[in-house]
Ligand binder design. Structure first.
Ligand SMILES: [Zn+2]
Length: 512
């Protein structure tokens, strides 16, 4: 009989840790809602003790997510666990995930402790966490380099202390699939109370083996896989959710396991995470890369035309990838847009039709035909705007010559209208000075990335910037057929995000 594999997504925790600019609260909630629609079993929403923003995000996600379990990370430290429990308070289904390093090198060099002390600390932490919830996960950090005897010892104690999930982490992505499989099999053989817990795995991709290691562990009896969308995460990243679940689906008969995922949401969720995290997807990436389903060689194309199964082991439709050839024009009405978006798998609550339609008309005027990928880009982009944005762009004009550029903008700042002009050594520089003059935010641009989305000469230009303000990094994005306008929107987005973050910090400070 086929057994279920629990999918534990840590995009918002391990994934977020690896970004140039941490996701803001609103983006985290958007991703959490997408993960819920994808039907992941557990969403690791953050590490509440690590920052006020993380705490707030876990709290908000706990309030809003109803179908997936919400999990928060905590070191094996009382304060961490108490703060995690507080952030999870309103979650309908919750889990506290506590961890400690178990390998000799981590214990000696990082924690300056002994294995016995680590065992005691772990047991105390699990017992404390159990006061807040029955669902406690314990992770052995760097388990991949922990001696088998020690690993068996601590796992037995952790289960005895009340952990119902034991996570074996290949934190540095060092193990080989057969070694990792052997670790999991040994736990099943040697730990007497092992059947009282679910064995989970958390693999990193330093050697490109994270998915292979996770599948090997499943074959040895692991029943939870920790993963992230597009494989984002520390260094080379984590096991990619879309890869591991599609491997399980494609080889279900041999593996005799399944997941409860809603596979048709994979493409959309992958695009959303890539966009909000400012992490492009490599074209040849398995499952979600742009070329994952395109057949180039003549022999392959011939085979595909005769029978798709000749060269296709999974279908693009199964992950929600649609034919992108249909298009809309400026004559298309709101109903047509709505219908097309619905056929792409979006629900009404995923976007604001008024904002979207306004952007659609502007784009259709400039571009003529609007394709699905344009609509998708517009959905994400209009979602970055809030109806309660403090700063709104009323007017923008940039003139550039061969040596310098002049920019002028008019911003609506709350109820006030402010205008100014500035010069710079290029159009973006001029705009940047202009925004500083109007808003007073002295931001520093760390990264500036331009990408065209879609095909053809009228494709949309997307600009992503990473800006530093008072030591913190913020991500802003802009989308337009004109790149100067896109740069203006990206600067505006960053400034609105900073404004909101400052407001949260201010409220936190005054409440204490
Ligand atoms: Zn990790």
């Amino acid at each position: 009989m086929s057994e279920k594999i629990i999918i534990f997504d840590t995009t918002l925790r391990d994934g977020d840790q690896s970004l140039d600019a941490s996701l803001n609260i609103k983006d985290k909630l958007t991703i959490a809602l997408a993960l819920e629609k994808l039907k992941v079993d557990i969403i690791e929403a953050g590490f509440p003790i690590s920052s006020p923003g993380d705490f707030e995000a876990v709290q908000l996600i706990s309030n809003r997510i109803k179908n997936s379990k919400v999990c928060a990370l905590a070191r094996a430290v009382p304060k961490d666990i108490e703060v995690a429990a507080k952030a999870l308070y309103s979650a309908e289904n919750k889990r506290i995930h506590t961890f400690i390093s178990t390998s000799d090198i981590h214990i000696k060099e990082k924690l300056k402790s002994s294995f016995e002390k680590i065992e005691e600390t772990a047991v105390r932490a699990i017992k404390l966490a159990r006061n807040f919830t029955d669902d406690v996960e314990f992770s052995c950090e760097d388990a991949g380099r922990t001696s088998l005897d020690n690993l068996c010892r601590i796992v037995e104690k952790a289960i005895h202390a009340g952990a119902s999930t034991i996570n074996i982490a290949d934190t540095v992505g060092y193990t080989l699939p057969n070694e990792f499989q052997n670790i999991i099999s040994s736990l099943f053989l040697k730990v007497p109370n092992i059947h009282k817990a679910i064995i989970s795995v958390h693999c990193h991709d330093d050697l490109g083996l994270s998915v292979a290691n996770s599948i090997s562990a499943v074959q040895a009896g692991a029943r939870q896989v920790e993963c992230t969308i597009n494989g984002i995460g520390e260094r080379a990243g984590n096991c990619a959710l879309e890869e591991v679940v599609m491997a399980i689906k494609a080889r279900a008969k041999d593996l005799k396991v399944h997941t409860d995922l809603n596979f048709k949401e994979i493409t959309k969720t992958s695009q959303l995470v890539s966009q909000l995290c400012n992490m492009p997807i490599q074209p040849n990436k398995a499952i979600v890369g742009e070329n994952a389903f395109s057949h180039s060689s003549g022999i392959h194309q011939d085979g595909i035309l005769k029978n798709k199964k000749t060269y296709e082991i999974i279908t693009p439709e199964s992950i929600g990838l649609l034919d992108k050839s249909l298009n809309l024009t400026s004559r298309s009405g709101r109903a047509a847009i709505k219908e097309r978006i619905a056929s792409m798998g979006y629900e009404d609550s995923d976007y604001n039709l008024d904002n979207l339609y306004e952007s659609f008309l502007k784009l259709a005027d400039k571009k003529g035909k609007v394709y699905d990928y344009d609509l998708e880009a517009l959905i994400y982009f209009t979602n970055t705007k809030d109806n309660d944005d403090f700063y709104n762009l009323e007017y923008i004009n940039v003139q550039s010559g061969n040596k310098m550029a002049t920019a002028s903008i008019t911003l609506k700042c709350g109820s006030e209208i402010k205008s100014d002009a500035a010069v710079g050594n290029g159009p973006v520089d001029a705009l940047y000075h202009c925004f500083y003059k109007v808003t007073g935010y002295d931001i520093q641009l760390d990264k500036f990335h331009l990408k065209s989305t879609g095909e053809g000469e009228n494709s949309l230009g997307k600009i992503d910037i990473i800006a530093n303000f008072k030591g913190r990094s913020f991500h802003g994005t802009g989308l337009a057929t004109d790149i100067v306008e896109a740069a203006g929107q990206a600067l505006l987005h960053v400034i609105n995000t900073i404004y909101r973050a400052e407001k949260i910090d201010y409220i936190k400070r005054s409440v204490g």
